[in-house]
Ligand binder design. Structure first.
Ligand code: SF4
Length: 323
């Protein structure tokens, strides 16, 4: 991230501080821990501003876990970053084949060592281990669940969630062996059930997503922005190359240049006129805005996985809480 964008972000938050009651930062990107110095500088600035203005400040971080040593982890915790999502797609070679270094090097052993070491860090934090599945690694997922259970089931701060790999655009889309929609909807909860049965906690993100407005996508929220390292502002973290998602720029003095017509497409993406959503039992959580991008691209309702299988999900939450 350029110096002028870092300055711009600090100035922006300072400028808005007196009108804020809460500020949530999601550290997310190609790999955010590559720029730990930027996270440090911005965190220290945001923490000071939050303290001075009595703003509730919270953070999460999505990382591949490769650089997440105990020392880095403890620094992140000191900056209020205490919700983590780390993807593990299989044991050893299965993971390494899918999530390797740029030059092809292995990553699994190092990520596992990092996660095991984090267990010794005292205090309150939450690590969601996310497993993305498709036809390629699905068969190996039961073995992965047993493996993760042996390593993490004894620590309640670790939970697991499963998500199907999707085709979200890009030149390799057709080569991805995605599961069919029906199969994906079924497997998410079958695998979760298997993990809970083995004694591993389901990620708290699943239970939390049932709360009022908790399944509304950040892109649908008027005051949520994605800040690119070059200062480009977006609403969505997926469609980064599409013009309709490039909604503005941040300047060094903290001023934002925003295209409100583009933003309106994300925050009023269809639920207002969708009678199906208006009579839906899940509307308090999703508000028809679980994924504005999906609705824009397909014209269909973006119902969350939890809603599509709500009875099973409620059973799993009960089972998870009583295991
Ligand atoms: S769950 Fe589906 S039908 Fe219900 S409000 Fe959300 S998008 Fe609309």
């Amino acid at each position: 991230m350029n110096r002028n964008i870092i300055n711009g972000l600090k100035a922006f938050v300072q400028d808005k501080a007196s009108s804020l009651t809460g500020l949530h930062i999601s550290w997310f990107g190609g790999e955010p821990l590559i720029s730990l110095d930027v996270i440090e500088e911005l965190s220290e600035s945001f923490l000071a501003i939050a303290k001075e203005n009595q703003i509730q400040y919270s953070c999460d971080l999505v990382t591949n876990g490769y650089l997440l040593t105990t020392e880095v982890f403890e620094r992140l915790i000191s900056w209020n970053i205490n919700q983590f999502m780390i993807t593990i797609d299989g044991i050893g070679e299965v993971h390494d084949r899918r999530r390797h270094l740029t030059g092809g090097g292995k990553t699994f052993d190092k990520i596992l060592d990092n996660l095991m070491a984090i267990k010794d860090v005292p205090g309150s934090f939450n690590v969601t281990i996310r497993t993305n599945f498709d036809e390629d690694n699905l068969q190996a997922t039961s073995e992965l669940i047993r493996f993760l259970k042996d390593h993490f089931a004894d620590d309640e701060r670790f939970g697991i969630m499963f998500r199907p790999v999707g085709q979200w655009g890009g030149k390799n889309d057709d080569d991805i062996p995605v599961c069919s929609r029906t199969m994906a909807n079924q497997k998410i909860w079958e695998l979760s059930d298997e993990a809970i049965t083995q004694g591993f906690s389901m990620s708290s993100m699943i239970t939390d997503s049932l709360m009022p407005s908790a399944s509304v996508c950040y892109s649908a929220k008027p005051h949520s922005l994605v800040v690119g390292s070059d200062g480009q502002l977006y609403k969505c973290t997926l469609s980064l190359n599409e013009e309709f998602n490039k909604v503005g720029k941040i300047h060094e003095d903290g001023n934002l240049e925003l295209d409100y017509d583009k933003i309106a497409n994300w925050v009023t993406s269809g639920e207002e006129t969708d009678t199906g959503c208006q009579s839906c039992f899940y509307r308090p959580a999703c508000q028809g805005n679980h994924c504005p991008l999906y609705r824009m691209r397909t014209g269909e309702r973006p119902c969350p996985y939890e809603k599509r299988n709500i009875k099973k999900v409620l059973n799993l939450i009960w089972k998870n809480n009583n295991k």
